[in-house]
Design a protein around this ligand. Structure first.
Ligand code: 5GP
Length: 209
């Protein structure tokens, strides 16, 4: 386990095109540091083979999803390829109060909304593929979506997602997985060691007011 200084929770938000490998990067980092929490989102997307309720997502009907929004239970939500995806308040509240670091993998507009809601706590990381050819290859060859959906995800990456990378705090170029995970760990350590996140430690030592 990787011990960090900070007692304050940090929200590491990873966005990037479908096929950039966000989920693999997050799974790898969590295997190295089990203190990093994740947040399970709600979605109207149908469950895929190999997924499970409350593990990958909370699967909702459109009516149920809208009721969650209406009740104020959704911090941010976005529509992606015709389905709604949203971060649940309940998933973040408890973990942030306990000072946990949480890693979210969400769409670009979702990440920007989180920055608006948590300007101090959030760190936005954009996960880029090494090239557009690699991205296209990864989207098509994972064979998860129909050909039309894969093409639409690729277009969304070029037209809407990658141009927004300039609004993020960090860029990860996900070519070699272990190098990408090293870079992400370096970001986590540096952000956790920032003075602004560690004032309470100096306070506890009575070194500052
Ligand atoms: P997928 O259908 O491949 O699981 O996810 C599609 C996209 O929705 C991915 O970019 C994923 O990161 C994003 N996503 C998953 N959960 C959320 C969420 O709670 N909010 C937002 N804004 N995007 C999400």
């Amino acid at each position: 386990m990787n011990k960090r200084l900070t007692k304050e929770g940090i929200l590491f938000v990873i966005s990037g095109p479908s096929g950039s490998g966000k989920d693999t990067v997050i799974d790898s980092i969590r295997a190295l540091d089990d203190s990093i929490g994740t947040s399970i989102s709600a979605t109207t997307r149908p469950m895929r083979k190999g997924e499970a309720e409350g593990v990958n997502y909370y699967y909702k009907t459109y009516e149920e999803f809208d009721a969650l929004i209406e009740a104020g239970d959704v911090l941010e939500w976005d529509t992606f390829q015709g389905n709604k995806y949203g971060t649940l308040k309940s998933e973040l509240d408890n973990q942030l109060k306990q000072g946990k670091c949480i890693m979210l993998a969400i769409t670009v507009p979702g990440a920007l909304k989180i920055k608006e809601l948590f300007p101090k706590e959030s760190v936005l990381i954009f996960n880029l593929p090494p090239s557009l050819d690699t991205l296209k290859y990864r989207i098509i060859n994972r064979g998860r979506e129909s050909e039309a959906e894969a093409e639409s995800r690729f277009r969304a990456a070029i037209d809407n997602e990658i141009p927004k990378a300039v609004l993020f705090d960090y860029i990860l170029v996900n070519d070699d997985l272990s190098e990408t995970v090293d870079s992400l760990m370096a970001i986590i350590k540096a952000e956790s060691s920032k003075f602004s996140r560690n004032k309470t430690i100096l306070n506890d030592l009575h070194l500052i007011d």
